[in-house]
Design a protein around this ligand. Structure first.
Ligand code: ATP
Length: 235
């Protein structure tokens, strides 16, 4: 579904991605793990067109997207939930969700998807008329994920969904990531510093260090990999 071939990207004189190659198949949960500053967010932002690649190719369902604008990439079916959530704080939960669906014309489908996200996150149904900015951190993460789902993406990009949340909420978020993948067959690319949880839900994983992929494989196998355990699992 998505293929990165030797992608380079950066900011001014900083080269953040030094030739990243990876692939994601339809229906998978893939995680990208790495330390602070390794290039995880840059990888996601390069896919979603927020950061422009300097060389290499990004193929989505066989079409090159590295030169397309971020709005066109959303329309093609890739939706990103950025780090730090970025919901609209002055808008209600319902209005935030409406914004997620604003490109869609199929009213019936939108209504169904609204029921779907309220089933996934019943707390959002209860808080439907509350301003987004007054939700707790975990609820805002749920809203940000739901808003992305309202665009009915083929590929959902999640940037550190567990950041700053309490352990119980983190557990819940990861369970829901799995449920989204299983119930709607949405392909998920998950960027995480919480390597343990990410490797538990993912099918396959890539490790990024200093802008380069240094390891990849089955997520369960990486959980037992000595290098991964030392560097990312604190074992
Ligand atoms: P974190 O987990 O801390 O968010 P990350 O793995 O997501 O880290 P990136 O945010 O992709 O890492 O950063 C990769 C490199 O690019 C780092 O050296 C970072 O300092 C640099 N960088 C990121 N954003 C910018 C920017 N807007 N301007 C300049 N340099 C940037």
């Amino acid at each position: 579904m998505l293929k990165l071939e030797n992608v380079q990207a950066g900011y001014g004189s900083i080269i953040a991605l030094k030739g990243v190659s990876l692939n994601i198949e339809q229906g998978e949960i893939i995680t990208l793990i790495g330390a602070n500053g390794a290039g995880k967010s840059t990888t996601l932002m390069t896919i979603s067109g927020v950061v422009k690649s300097r060389s290499g190719k990004i193929l989505f369902n066989g079409s090159e997207i590295q030169d397309k604008g971020s709005d066109e990439i959303v329309r093609m079916g890739i939706c990103q939930v950025p780090e730090g959530r970025h919901i609209f704080p002055q808008l209600s939960v319902q209005e935030n969700l409406d914004m997620g669906a604003f490109l869609r014309k199929d009213k019936g489908g939108v209504k169904k998807d609204l029921e779907y996200v309220f089933d996934l996150f019943p707390i959002l149904a209860q808080r439907r008329h509350q301003d987004g900015g007054t939700l707790s951190g975990g609820e805002q993460q749920m809203l940000a994920m739901s808003r992305a789902l309202m665009a009915r993406p083929q590929l959902l990009l999640l940037d550190e969904p567990s950041m700053g949340l309490a352990p119980l909420v983190i557990k819940q978020i990861f369970e829901i990531i799995k449920e989204i993948n299983e119930s709607s067959n949405t392909t998920i690319f998950l960027v995480e510093q919480n390597a343990n949880q990410a490797l538990q839900v993912a099918h396959r994983a890539y490790v990024i260090e200093n802008g380069e992929i240094t390891l990849s494989g089955d997520a369960r196998e990486l959980l037992t990999n000595e290098k991964v355990q030392k560097a990312y699992l604190g074992i």
